[in-house]
Every structure is written in C-alpha cells, then in structure tokens.
Design a protein. Structure first.
Lengths: 417, 449
C-alpha cells in the first residue's frame, strides 16, 4: 500500500468539484451520477417531487421528519414518501427563527422556514415520528399553521411485545392509512404492501453493497459521496433510488483510486439534523475514513430485511420488523441488553478504529445518550472524540483540528488514544 | 420534562429551608402544617426503608402510578421533585456542575443533571435524610421524551430493573380506545407484574379501588380550589401558590387519607378566604389589592422562586390559572380517578396530563382559562430545560393574542440552572409587560376572550 493523505486526493473526485472541472468529470465514472444526486439534495423547492406529482396526478406526496416511518405503507398506497431534513446550510432563515427559542436545535427552524416560503406546499401530508419533544411539537406547530393539511404523529411504540406494542403500532398504521385515503391515496392492499416491502428490501440490499464497498475500499467511496447517493433517495420512489444506488456502486467500483493513510471511524449522533456536507468532508480531510455512520438513519433503521411470511398479514410483518429489528438509536428505548453494546458491535463489524460523536447542538436524544455510549466505549477501549454542530454550521476550522488530532492520536497510540 | 410541585415544597407561608426569606404570616394554616408533616414522615420512611425491608420505586410526576405503588406498599421517590427542591435550596448549581464535569452536555435538561449531581454527591433528600437506592425504576413515559433517557442513565447508575410504561401522545387532541388499551395492556402484562415481583405480593384490586376513591375525593377538592380563582379578588395564586397546592396530589400522597384531608382542609381555608374577600398569600404576606389577573403557561424558575413571585405580587398581579399545575393531572377539565374502572382510569390519567396534549389543545385550554377566569392577559415562562413545554410556545403566544385580543408576555429562564435566571432582565420584562397590561385595561374594549 502506498499511503497518501486525504488532502492529496484529486478534488475532481468530489461532487462539488465535478461541475467546476470538466476534465475531472470525464475522469471519474461517478461524476455525473454524483452531480445528479447533488442536484436532488440541494433542491429545496422539491422539483423532483413536483415532477412526480405531475406524472402521477391525484396521488399524494407525503413528507416525513426523521428518523423512521413505515415507508412501504406509503408506497403501497401510491404515495411518494419524501424524507425531510430541514434546510441545511443552503437556506437563509428569515422567519423560522421567530418560532423557536435560542436553545432549540436548528432543524425545526429551517423546516418552518421552508413551509412559510411555500416550498412544502407540494406535500399533501406531513408525518412527525416520535423521536423527541421538538419533532413532536413541530407537528403541533404545523397543525396550527396549516390546519387544512394532514399532520400525523407516528407514535412509534416503546413497548416491543407484538401483542402490546405491535398491536398498537398496527392500529396506528391503519389510522395513518385511512387518513391518507382521505387525501387521495389508494386503500391499503396486502398484495401492494408486500410488493412495496419487497422493493424496500431490494433497496436495503443495494445500500448494503454500498456500505460494504465503503468499508472495504473507503478511498473509492468517501462518506461524503455515499451520503449524497443515499440522501438523493429522500425524493425518489424506492425502485428508482435502488437503481441509482446500484449505478453508484458500479461507478465507485470502477474508480482507480489508491488508499490513504487514514484512520477508520464511525460517526454517531447525526441521525436527525444533518451536518453540512462540508463538515463530513472536513472529517475526511482531517484523515478520517468514515466507515460507519448514522446519518439520515431512516433508510437503514432496520437491521435486516422485512420478512413477509405468507401466513402473516403484510402490515403485521411491517410492525414486527420495527419491533424486532430496529437499530439501537437514541430515540428508541433499550429495554434489554447493555447500552452501547450495539455501537461496539458496529465498530467491530466496520473495522473502525474509533468513534466520532457528532450531535446537533441542543439535540436532547443524542446528547443524553452520548455519556452512556462514551462509557461503553471506554470500557471496551475504543477511542472517541466529540463535537456539536448545526445544520448551517459554516466554520470547520476547529472541527478539522480536533478530528485531525484524534486521527493522529489513534494512528500513534491506537486503542490507548 | 418539567415537574409540578413537590412533596417537599411547603405552603406559600412556609418556603423550604434555605430558600428565600420566610413570608410574613400570622400563623400557619392546618393544611400547611399537615403537608409539612406528611413530607417529613415520607422522607423518614424512605430513609428507614432499607432496614425495614420496604421497597423503593423511583418514578416521574406526570402520569405517575402512585395508587398502584401504594396498593403494593411501595415507596415512591420522584427525581424531578428532588431536583426542583435542590434548585430552591441553592444546591442545583453545584449538582449540575458535577454532572457536566462527568460529560453531560450543557445543552440538555437541568433536572436530569441536577439529579445525577445529587446522586454523585451522596443522594441526600431535600429534608436532609438519606435517600435509598431504587429497587425499580418505573419509567412512566408521559409527555416528555427526556424521561426515557433519564432512566436509561439512572439504570446505569443503580444497576436495577426498569419497568417501562409508554403513554401515547394526544396528537389529535383526544384519547382513542386504542391508546387506552395500549396503556392498560402494558399495565397488566408488564408494569403490575414487575411491581408485584419487587413487592413480593399480588395486587389487591379491591384495595386499589379504595385508594382510587380517596384520590377522587381529593381531586374534587383540588378543583374547587382552582375554581376559587374565578372569584374577584382571587383567594389563591394559581401558579406560585398553586405549586404548593399540587404537592401532595402530584407526588407520593395521592390516594392517601392524609392527602384527602389535606385537600379538604385546603378547600375550606380557601373558601373562607373567598367569603371574606381576601386575596392570596404571597412571600410578603397577604395580597391586599388585585390589580391584574393573569394566566401563566410554563413551569416556574425554582432557583429564584420567591424573587420571581415577588415580581408579580408586588405589582398586584395574581395568577388565576396556570398550565404548569396541570402537568400531573388535568382535573379541572373533568378527569377523575374512577374506583370502578381502576386500570382504565389510571391509563386515562396518564394520557391526560397537560404536556401529553398537542399544541392546539394547549392553546384551547389557555384560551378557555383566559375566558373562564376573566384574565387580563397571559404570560409564558419559557424554560430552557424543557422542550416538551417550550417548543411551540412562541406560536402559542401569537395564536392566543389573535384569538383573544389579550396581551401576552414572554420571558425565558430555566428550571434549576441559576445561570439562566437573569433577574434584572426578567424583572424588566415583567414590569414592561404589566405596564402594557395597565394601558390595555384602560384602552378600548378587548375582543371576547
């Protein structure tokens, strides 16, 4: 192996540089695909959703906040699920700030800003999963601002017994399904749901290939680029996104790239409000190969594919998948087992050398979870570092220094860092 | 999550030890003396619990299952109340510092950090007795996401079992049969067996019903106390004074003979004051002139509680209704524990706590309070620690102003972190607000409230 450093890499290999350097576009098999992804991710006016609605008249587009909603249910009813992650660092907040006190995280501000600008008018319904008090109350804010629009609180069960939590969750999904029918969705059909679940499983396999390549050859698939590929699916039907992921994997594989002398890290805590892409790149430039993360966790919320046995209704199967196979993230009560054990397993499976905690400022779930996870990592001898961000963070100097120092210390001292 | 008043909080005429100066009162009412004795005895029982073989359950205020614990002779500890007491006793700053030194973010709930710091500092109760470790953590997950994380953290500290009760949120402003059944199912299948296991006995449903009947009687009297504020002048302050009134019913005493008697006495005392045309007690004695009638949304600040209260009482401002005093039960909208439907009734109680209601419901309740209590305006105290309360309050402010035409005020502080209580700034805001209210009262007629 002939190690280089991340800063040595060809800038034409990242999506932003692609459009600025035509020569690089032609030299990188992934360039045009990444450009398309970047366009989809940056488009805060949801043109892709508008196009989909034009092509599917009368069918609802359903926005949902992080982390997880049962997307196959929506697709089975002919809806387009649209994952919302706020406005990122592209959106100037003019009115959104006046709805929130200074000590509230940033994603609700930019989401309200988008709504007030009219960008979310394309959505026929908004779903608010039960991940924290902010997202929960944001649903109430939308209800007060737009009482005519369907806002639905997805109260994901914290009881994981199929007879108790499973039944409640199933009832909730039925209530959601009926509410969507009132907005133009097709009635829920078991066969259609099985088809939608199968599509979700196919996407999951595609994501698995992408993640496997990231882990095996991170120099070919920087996390910042994998991020764009995954994030593009926020506004695409599942099948279309799966095709995109497959193409991306092929393009990344075709790259001729050399390994860097980087440390391998897992990034934890960014499951809801997303870090700016430049922040992810900053970590990479500081010498970190991000081989595992919980960015935009929703599409990877389940540990395994959703099984749909013939003798079980598809809706029950969808509920059971959530109960039995949900990842151990901060918004999910860990009823059994040791806190942090799943993170340690993930670090091991990804071959990560350490963990970077990157939580959004004022994110209660992530920040309350963090000390417990840090203790678990300490007990396991896994080095870690932490910082906070906001989706519109624009200064990365201190983060780069911190990540660089962490990377160096892991290289020098390994587990004792 | 914010919490209501405390089993250790004393009546307005007898603030906690080491808190602000003692109000001037000629004598303590019988209810005040009773509450003081109840609190003292409870903490003594807790201190003796390990040697007497009594089992201890830590749990939260909103949606607590006190009657269930009592029926199994289990002793509750309420960490939020310990935190707010630490705030009133000037100890929270140190406790929060302890927690932050051990890695907890400055961004997160200060109740949690105060509780953790208290634990790390020896776990001494508000009355100075030793608190026992929990035999079980009863995670009544009602209206506040932080509860879930709080007890995950405590589980690591104490290495004891947790029983989780997930209470669905009233996102559509109503309790559905599915929500009720989900809670009852959890009670039957998970919570009660877990409690029985540590209690070493089976739940006697007849005894539970008897306890619930005592709860119901106390709840009737508490509602009469709240509604006394419709009288002019109001004989009570439904916020600063109210947090003392809810102490027994929100905490370890609901469903006890003592609590029933406390509320019977309190009601009689309040009705006597009302009949005599007397105003509420304040830190400086009886309020003699009621100039402003306010409704307040949000928890109080505990670290400067009496200073905060005086900003209102010295201007003749009386809080005639508040939402914070409903986080442990919205009795004034009709809910009562029902001895004939014990588990369903407990489920409905959990589901019906104030912060388990959606924002549109909360706005409607405030609107109703403004109208029913003939208030001159409303004020929101937004606390940094509690997203459950705080997120959406700025829109609530605007919506209420639009609907009622009444002036709203907005101030920011925290529950128990004194770094977030800027006395001069808050006092300026309160005074400016009250001046605006005075102008408004003299001005054109308001819209129907």
């Amino acid at each position: 192996m002939s190690p280089g450093t991340q800063t040595d890499r060809d800038p034409g290999r990242n999506a932003t540089a692609v459009s600025a350097d035509p020569a690089a576009v032609h030299s990188d098999p992934a360039a045009s695909l990444l450009e398309r992804c970047r366009h989809l991710v940056d488009d805060l006016s949801f043109e892709a959703v508008r196009r989909w609605k034009d092509e599917h008249p009368g069918r609802p587009a359903v926005g949902y906040m992080p982390i997880y909603v049962p997307r196959p249910l929506l697709e089975a009813q002919g809806c387009l699920p649209v994952a919302l992650f706020g406005g990122g660092d592209q959106l100037e907040i003019i009115r959104g700030d006046s709805y929130f006190q200074s000590y509230i995280c940033h994603i609700p501000r930019s989401t309200v800003e988008l709504a007030l600008r009219g960008d979310l008018d394309v959505l026929d319904a908004m779903l608010f999963p039960s991940i924290c008090d902010v997202i929960r109350n944001l649903g109430g804010i939308f209800n007060l601002l737009s009482p005519e629009k369907l806002t639905f609180y997805v109260d994901l069960p914290q009881n994981f017994s199929p007879e108790v939590g499973g039944r409640f969750y199933g009832e909730q999904m039925m209530a959601l399904s009926e509410a969507l029918v009132e907005r133009g969705a097709k009635p829920l059909d078991d066969g259609a749901l099985r088809t939608a679940i199968a599509a979700e499983n196919t996407r999951r396999r595609a994501l698995g290939k992408l993640d496997a390549l990231r882990r095996a050859e991170p120099w070919k698939v920087p996390a910042s680029e994998a991020y764009l590929v995954v994030r593009a699916g926020a506004v695409l039907p599942t099948a279309e996104h799966t095709t995109l992921i497959d193409e991306a994997v092929e393009a990344f594989r075709a790259r001729e790239a050399r390994p860097y002398d980087n440390v391998r890290v897992a990034v934890v805590g960014s499951f809801c409000e997303q870090p700016p892409l430049a922040l992810i790149r900053t970590l990479e430039k500081a010498g970190c190969d991000i081989v595992d993360d919980d960015f935009q966790l929703g599409m990877r919320f389940l540990h395994r594919e959703i099984e749909t046995p013939d003798d079980e209704p598809a809706l029950a199967a969808l509920a059971r998948a959530y109960l039995d196979h949900g990842v151990a993230t901060a918004s999910r009560y860990i009823a059994n087992g040791t806190k942090g054990s799943e993170l340690i397993s993930r670090v091991g499976e990804a071959g990560a050398d350490g963990v970077v905690f990157a939580a959004a400022s004022f994110c209660d779930p992530a920040l309350l979870d963090q000390p417990m996870l840090e203790s678990a990592l300490d007990r396991a001898g896994i080095p870690h570092t932490s910082f906070k961000f906001s989706e519109n963070t624009g200064q990365f100097g201190s983060i780069r220094e911190q990540a660089g120092a962490f990377s160096d210390s892991v290289k020098l001292w390994g587990k004792s860092a | 999550m914010t919490t209501p008043a405390t089993d250790a909080v004393k009546s307005p005429s007898a603030p906690p030890p080491e808190a602000a100066p003692t109000p001037i009162t000629p004598s303590k009412d019988a209810s005040q003396l009773r509450q003081k004795r109840m609190i003292g005895e409870h903490f003594e029982r807790l201190e003796r619990a390990p040697e007497e073989g009594n089992k201890v359950v830590y749990t939260f205020v909103p949606g607590n299952l006190t009657e269930l614990l009592s029926a199994l002779d289990l002793l509750p500890v309420l960490p939020e109340i310990n935190a707010l007491q630490s705030g009133m006793r000037g100890k929270s700053r140190g406790y929060i510092g302890e927690a932050e030194k051990s890695g907890h973010s400055e961004d997160v709930c200060t109740y949690v950090k105060c509780d953790l710091g208290m634990k790390k500092s020896g776990n001494i109760s508000p009355t100075g007795t030793q608190l026992p470790d929990p035999d079980l953590l009863l995670l009544s997950y009602t209206g506040c996401f932080t509860f879930l994380k709080w007890f995950e953290i405590l589980r690591e500290e104490y290495d004891c079992p947790v029983s989780m009760l997930h209470v669905p949120y009233q996102a559509d402003g109503k309790i559905t049969p599915e929500m009720r059944r989900y809670v009852v199912d959890q009670l039957e299948r998970d919570v009660i067996p877990a409690l029985e296991k540590i209690a070493g006995k089976s739940l006697d449903m007849d005894r539970l019903s008897e306890i619930l009947e005592l709860s119901r009687q106390a709840e009737d009297d508490l509602v009469a106390v709240w509604e006394s504020a419709k009288h002019k002048p109001s004989p009570i302050d439904g916020y600063f004074g109210g947090v003392y009134y809810v102490g027994p019913i929100f905490s370890a005493f609901r469903g006890t003979e003592d609590a029933r008697e406390y509320y019977r006495e309190l009601r009689a005392e309040v009705e006597e004051r009302m009949a005599a045309g007397r105003g509420p007690m304040t830190p400086d004695g009886e309020l003699t002139e009621e100039r402003y009638r306010l409704v307040v949304e949000g928890p109080p600040n505990w670290t400067s509680f009496n200073d905060f209260w005086r900003m209102f009482s010295r201007e003749g401002a009386v809080v005639v209704a508040s939402t914070y005093t409903k986080v442990g039960g919205l009795y004034d909208t009709g809910f009562r524990h029902d001895p004939d439907r014990p588990l369903e009734s407990l489920a409905e109680y959990c589901l019906n706590c104030y912060t388990n209601h959606c924002l549109p419901n909360r706005v409607s309740l405030l609107e109703q309070y403004l109208r029913d209590y003939e208030a001159d305006g409303f004020l929101i105290n937004s606390v940094k620690s509690c997203n459950s309360f705080s997120v959406g309050q700025l829109l609530m402010l605007r919506t209420l102003e639009e609907r009622t035409g009444l002036p709203g005020g907005f101030i920011e502080s925290d529950l128990v972190d004194p770094r977030y209580f800027g006395k001069a700034n808050i006092e300026n805001r309160v005074q400016s607000y009250l001046q605006m209210l005075a102008s408004h009262k003299k001005g054109p007629k308001r819209r129907s409230a």
